[in-house]
Write a protein that binds this ligand. Structure first.
Ligand code: 13P
Ligand code: SF4
Length: 333
């Protein structure tokens, strides 16, 4: 599906993508887990909250979303009049897959006195069944605004939910989903790495299991991890999240040594997100050329999913994202 049907050999993809971006009045939004060349050609690179805000605020006619499907869907929900393309429509997410809407509906119905706080890594259908969406950047700020006596269902990431529950003392009912990428880090290998670099802080994303988070000096969203890495006085830093974020770290602090936390075989390749990796420069070019594959959504579903997303954007208003590191990389003609 979505494989290039023509040979793109000999094409200067960067120049062609830049030409099409201008012709289409398109904005390219990229997540930190995308390949370096995609991050570098994106107009904006950020975490999920940053990218949602950009998708809502842009005056472009086309959004080319270099991330995964739930992110591009979020862009469409917030900007329905824009054409939203995702270079590879198969770019899903294990968290979204873990939470089928019919099962989530049944879970909600079994707990009618609970509100549903739902991670943005979920389908539009699950969002539509939820009360408030959160990202890893905004979850704590939003949780702090919900009365303590209010019972809460949190899904679909049990590790993010567990970390929030431990940190805030809130007792939440957790949906049992996991991110296959953050689940793959090995505690044994991390401890070996820490022994080799005893002064290096460990930065971890809250999608990691508790046995990894227990060894972290800083836990936060991709933008929070990036910010810590750049401001820390430490010269060597261990990064326990998808390793493509190290591209931004190395660009901003080339003198520092950033080490990706390892998986069970001691090799961090298993911690690369296979869904994010489906987007390539070739597919980005084709998506801008053909304006396909396009995110389409039933209007009733879109309207229902928009409410909890807008609640998040309102409630997270005070949360400052660290995105916007991207910019047009090619010189203005
Ligand atoms: P953030 O960039 O919001 O921290 O999310 C990480 C992630 O796993 C996205 O899929
Ligand atoms: Fe989903 Fe994990 Fe990939 Fe993020 S890194 S898109 S949570 S599978």
């Amino acid at each position: 599906m979505n494989a290039p049907t023509i040979s793109l050999k000999g094409l200067d993809l960067r120049a062609e993508i830049d030409r099409l971006r201008r012709e289409r009045n398109a904005v390219i939004l990229g997540h930190y887990y995308q390949a370096p060349e995609i991050q570098d050609i994106s107009d904006f690179v950020g975490d999920s909250l940053d990218l949602s805000r950009k998708a809502q605020a842009t005056d472009a006619d086309v959004i080319a979303f270099c991330g995964v499907r739930f992110m591009a869907e979020t862009a469409k929900i917030l900007s329905p009049d824009k054409i939203v393309v995702l270079p590879d429509m198969d770019a899903g997410c294990s968290l979204e897959d873990s939470c089928p809407p019919d099962q989530f509906r049944a879970f909600r119905e079994a707990h009618p006195d609970h509100i549903a706080l739902t991670y943005i890594n979920s389908s539009a259908e699950v969002k539509a069944l939820s009360d408030i969406i959160v990202t890893s950047s905004s979850a704590e700020t939003i949780l702090a605004q919900i009365p303590r006596e209010q019972k809460i269902i949190f899904g679909p990431d049990k590790h993010l939910g567990g970390w929030l529950a431990r940190k805030t003392g809130r007792d939440m009912l957790l949906w049992p989903g996991v991110c296959i990428v953050h689940e793959a880090f090995s505690e044994t290998e991390l401890l070996k790495l820490k022994a080799q670099h005893p002064l290096a802080p460990v930065l971890a994303h809250p999608e990691c299991p508790a046995h990894i988070l227990d060894h972290a000096d800083e836990i936060g969203s991709t933008s929070a991890i990036l910010s810590y890495a750049l401001t820390s006085p430490s010269e060597t830093i261990i990064v326990a999240t998808e390793p493509h974020i190290i591209h931004q770290m190395e660009k901003a602090a080339p003198h520092k040594n950033f080490i990706g936390a390892p998986g069970a075989d001691g090799n961090c390749n298993c911690n690369m997100c296979p869904y994010m990796a489906l987007n390539t420069m070739e597919k980005l070019y084709l998506s801008l050329r053909d304006l396909e594959p396009r995110i389409e959504m039933d209007e009733a579903l879109r309207v229902a999913a928009r409410k909890p997303l807008e609640r998040m954007l309102d409630m997270a208003a005070a949360t400052v994202g660290k995105g916007d590191v991207g910019r047009p990389i090619l010189a203005e003609a």
